[in-house]
Design a binder for this molecule. Structure first.
Ligand code: GLN
Length: 539
């Protein structure tokens, strides 16, 4: 039997950046998956970094890590959270990676004396990277092109889309253009001109948009819709309105109400008879929007002024809160403020604390203070990655009496290096892609909180760090009941620590937030929210 052709959907953006292409792509993917299609979503990023792993979170928000250890754009987090299926390195490609591949080939002599050029060599590599996913048997591949149409950086990508549209044939691919309809308060009007211009610009590059998704603060009047359709060469049914909504998880339902998924399937000549099963999604939203309880959790971190830096953590709270019908208010606490201020005041009234991941020594002492305060006051704490390391340092200093105990990340000559560099990391000099990355196994110890939370012995979670718990100190910690409750079965590296005589004091070396989805809220986040509810009742 011949394999059905894979269909390709390209998502471009016009007028401004930050319109939410990632959410629209994720929403479409989710709707198509709910109709039974095998879908994946890919992001092409026009910057020259090989991956966002070396980017400061202030530049680009969180770096999202996949099962196979790729450091990727945070949009991949949305894809996984909406689709509930894993992505991989193939789902995120940057201009840096494209050029690196082409230049490596050139050095090997693969181009047989030819002049290496943007067209065809760079565009061929872009097309190869898009089509690579078809080998994984997807029915539909959604490719989101980063940036805004007209940017110099995204030109080779748009040209690759043009070529692919032509090569794949009419109904095997389509283009969705996400655009903005600004509202002029003085005249009380939505304006279509910027969108007309960006669609026209796309046409100048030889690409016709098939569907327009319009970000707007107001409903689009019928005549404006007709105008957009006429000037942009699309059916008026293909003009989809995307209003600002209270939560991103409502977007798929709103788009579905306007037949977005049906319009897309029609463009791709795919059957539209089966309707998507959205029962679980709607159920989640109903619970999320009608909470019975409310807790406040402090997120102590150093990048809190850009909340996108902790995107997956914030979303994991939404999933956990929704599933427990509990509102989770996040209090963003800058760890530097704890150093110069009063921890009791800054954490006053919170029902739980999350000590965030991070790199570098800024704000470290503030985090240590937060850990001490929460430990001494029985406030539930979840420490993630650096957060777990902080809990370790605090315990060593204040309970084990190891004065100035530290991580060698912050004090290379620490007298008590309770967190230190793993052996394999000692000779690593390059920064990009060299950490302990991706999914690693963890064996959970019986009769621990961690075991109660996961209810299984063998788990696997994603990592992104260089430093580890120093096992020379294990017995000291165990003697005071701060025990390793999870270890890597092969290396023995400590994956999780928990305090016995505390309602909830759990630190994990891995990043549970990357695996939390709407369909599968993460058990650790649920456990923290649950502990916060209990703490609140006792207050
Ligand atoms: N900086 C720490 C390390 O490299 C923690 C990293 C993190 O929190 N992701 O081990």
């Amino acid at each position: 039997m011949s394999k059905k052709a894979t269909k390709y959907i390209f998502v471009t953006g016009g007028v401004t950046s930050s319109l939410g292409k990632g959410i629209v792509s994720a929403s479409l993917g989710m709707l198509l998956k709910a109709r039974g299609y095998n879908v994946t979503i890919q992001k092409l990023d026009p910057y020259i970094n090989i991956d966002p792993g070396t980017l400061n979170p202030y530049e680009h928000g969180e770096c999202y890590v996949t099962e196979d250890g790729a450091e990727t754009d945070l949009d991949l987090g949305h894809y996984e959270r909406f689709l509930n299926s894993p992505t991989s390195q193939n789902n995120n490609v940057t201009t840096g990676r494209i050029y690196q591949t082409v230049i490596d080939k050139e050095r090997k002599g693969d181009f047989l004396g030819k002049t290496v050029q943007v067209i065809p060599h760079i565009t061929n590599e872009i097309k190869r990277r898009i089509k690579i996913l078809a080998k994984e048997n997807y029915d539909i591949i959604i490719t989101e092109i980063g940036g805004t149409v007209g940017d110099i950086e995204s030109l080779p990508y748009i040209e690759s889309v043009r070529q692919l549209r032509w090569e794949l044939g009419e109904t095997n691919s389509m283009v969705i253009h996400l655009t903005l309809l600004p509202y002029l308060a003085s005249s009380g009007e939505l304006k279509t001109k910027p969108s007309q211009h960006s669609v026209r610009q796309l046409m100048e590059y030889g690409v016709q948009a098939d569907v327009l998704v319009c970000r707007t603060e107001h409903k689009i009047p019928k005549d404006q819709r007709a105008k957009l359709a006429q000037f942009c060469n699309v059916n008026s049914a293909n003009v989809i309105e995307c209003l600002d909504l209270p939560t991103i998880y409502e977007v798929p339902l709103e788009l579905h109400k306007q037949n977005f998924d049906e319009v897309v399937l029609t463009e791709l000549a795919l059957p539209t008879t089966n309707t998507p099963d959205l029962t679980d999604w709607k159920d989640f939203l109903k619970k999320y929007k009608n909470p019975k309880k409310s807790v406040e959790i402090a997120l102590v971190g150093k990048y809190v002024s850009l909340q996108d830096s902790y995107k997956s953590i914030a979303e994991a709270f939404i999933h956990a809160g929704g599933s427990l019908q509990t509102e989770v208010k996040v209090r963003w606490v800058y760890s530097g403020d704890i150093e110069s201020g009063d921890v009791a005041e800054l954490l006053n009234g919170v029902d739980g604390v999350l000590i965030a991941p991070g790199f570098g020594d800024r704000g470290i002492e503030g985090k240590i203070e937060a850990a001490r305060y929460a430990r001494e006051n029985n406030i539930p704490v979840l420490g993630i990655c650096l957060g777990m390391q902080i809990m370790t340092i605090e315990f060593a200093r204040n309970v084990l009496g190891l004065e100035n105990a530290n991580s060698t990340e912050f004090d290379t000559n620490a007298e008590y290096p309770v967190i230190n560099l793993m052996e394999e990391q000692k000779d690593v000099t390059e920064k990009g892609g060299t950490m302990r990355l991706g999914a690693w196994k963890c064996a959970v110890k019986a009769s621990t909180k961690l075991f109660d939370i996961y209810n299984t012995k063998n788990i696997s979670e994603r990592h992104r760090h260089r430093y580890e718990f120093n096992s020379d100190y294990t017995s000291d910690f165990e003697a005071k009941e701060f025990i390793p409750s999870g270890k890597n079965p092969e290396t023995g590296l400590v994956e999780a620590l928990e305090l016995k005589n505390h309602p909830f004091y759990v630190g994990v070396q891995y990043h549970p937030e990357y695996k939390s989805t709407v369909a599968n809220p993460h058990p650790l986040f649920k456990a923290l929210v649950d502990a916060a509810v209990k703490f609140q009742t006792k207050k």
